[in-house]
Write a protein that binds this ligand. Structure first.
Ligand SMILES: NC(=O)c1ccc[n+]([C@@H]2O[C@H](COP(=O)([O-])OP(=O)(O)OC[C@H]3O[C@@H](n4cnc5c(N)ncnc54)[C@H](O)[C@@H]3O)[C@@H](O)[C@H]2O)c1
Length: 387
């Protein structure tokens, strides 16, 4: 009987993503028992000792740190997991790479392309394994969409459209900056819905449909000033509250993307649709176990959109879960990413998207913001996006 190898995790940030990732590490050994590596929750870091200790007790971490530098300096940590706001990703990742740690980093990779490039350079120079948590790829119905597109069933692709709609910032009383509302502060977040929500749509889109070559965007900041939690002063808002862009893909298809935090009634409506010469597919996060599929080659009297319940053992990841017909949830996308990262350590293959892949998404985000600011088309500089 061969003993499993430990992957000793040091997780930084105990908010929303700190919980989803911790859940992923804990569940993987139960549902992916064949993996050679076993995640060990070695240490967790957050700035408040009492709170981080409570988190460690709740999730089963062996120890706590209150300074991420101390966590990175430890020689009993193999992989650093960055679950902090966007303004700290680059500094932490570059230090982790210099210490020879593997890095799992939350998205967007950074606030801008300049930071992201430094992160790629640091990780590649150190030769450490990286992954970025664009987790929607690993929802089985989305992975199935990738298999269908790659099989050629859709034929030539004409259209890709995606939405990511929320409504939580409509009130002018929502502050910016600080705990809970760092996303509203451009210095902490880098951008608004573009880096927060459209980054997911762009990652999925380029994974499914290849590189986005150029973009034309409009953005709007509906509430111009908000109280800043850290200064206590009313300050200008620097983020995009809403963003709409259209684009060309390198394969000749057209893309249309919309994201906002002002779509009353929508909490997290992520949808995408792809229209090809022979068939179309569409997916909706609110019904995440289903993939809608229309095949024009069906006999005309029964032709129509079919709703594929992606729960069979021969569909992506589903042989690891229950029995056909029983669905899984949002949290499983993170469990799958942990499993795929551990598998990548066995195979030596990258765990996509790695830092270099996520840099390409960052380039599109930056081109979108520049296009909106200059009211002009912008080339993204993304040449290929094949994984
Ligand atoms: N993959 C996804 O779907 C997804 C969803 C939400 C957030 N995110 C990304 O995850 C990251 C974190 O977002 P969140 O929603 O978990 O935020 P959050 O506000 O819920 O949690 C952030 C955590 O980081 C901690 N933190 C902040 N600065 C720190 C520092 N210097 N040292 C140690 N800890 C520090 C905070 O105390 C908090 O525990 C962001 O980059 C965000 O874009 C990704």
């Amino acid at each position: 009987m061969s003993a499993k190898k430990d992957l000793r995790i040091g997780l930084i940030g105990t908010g929303f993503m700190g919980r989803t990732h911790s859940n992923g590490y804990r569940r993987v050994p139960n549902f992916f028992p064949q993996l050679a590596y076993n995640p060990v929750l070695k240490a967790v870091c957050s700035r408040n000792r009492e709170k981080v200790q409570a988190f460690a007790d709740q999730w089963g971490y062996e120890s706590v740190e209150t300074d991420w530098r101390a966590l990175i300096a430890r020689d009993d940590i193999d992989a650093v997991d960055i679950c902090t706001p966007n303004d700290s990703h680059a500094e932490i990742a570059i230090a982790a790479a210099a210490a020879g740690k593997m890095i799992l980093c939350e998205k967007p990779l950074a606030r801008n392309v300049a930071e992201a490039e430094q992160m790629v350079e640091a990780a590649e120079k150190a030769g450490v394994q990286t992954t970025v948590w664009y987790n929607y790829r690993r929802i089985p119905a989305v992975t199935l969409a990738k298999q269908i597109v790659d099989s050629g069933k859709l034929g030539k692709i004409f259209h890709y459209r995606a939405n990511f709609l929320q409504d939580w910032t409509i009130s002018a009383d929502v502050p910016q900056g600080g705990t809970g509302t760092w996303r509203m502060d451009v210095d902490a977040a880098g951008s608004g819905v573009t880096g927060d929500l459209l980054a997911h749509c762009i990652d999925t889109a380029m994974w499914l449909n290849g590189a986005i070559s150029d973009v034309s965007a409009v953005t709007e900041t509906f509430v111009k000033e908000r109280m800043h939690q850290l200064t206590g002063k009313v300050q200008p808002v620097g983020i995009d509250d809403a963003c709409i862009f259209h684009c060309h893909f390198a394969n000749g298809s057209l893309g249309l993307f919309e994201s906002t935090r002002y779509a009353r009634g929508h909490k997290a409506l992520y949808t995408f649709e792809i229209n090809g010469e022979h068939a179309s597919i569409r997916w909706d996060l609110h019904d995440l176990n289903r993939l809608e599929y229309f095949d024009h080659s069906d006999e005309s009297i029964v032709r129509g959109w079919r709703s594929i319940h992606v729960t069979d053992g021969d569909q992506p990841y589903m042989d690891k879960w229950w029995v056909p017909g029983l669905g899984i949830g949002y949290e499983h996308s993170f469990i799958h990413q942990v499993a795929d990262f551990l598998k990548s350590l066995e195979t030596g293959e990258p765990c996509s998207p790695n830092f270099r892949d996520a840099l390409e998404t960052q380039k599109v985000c930056e081109a979108v913001i520049e296009s909106a600011n200059t009211r002009s088309w912008k080339d993204t500089g993304v040449q290929t996006f094949t994984m």
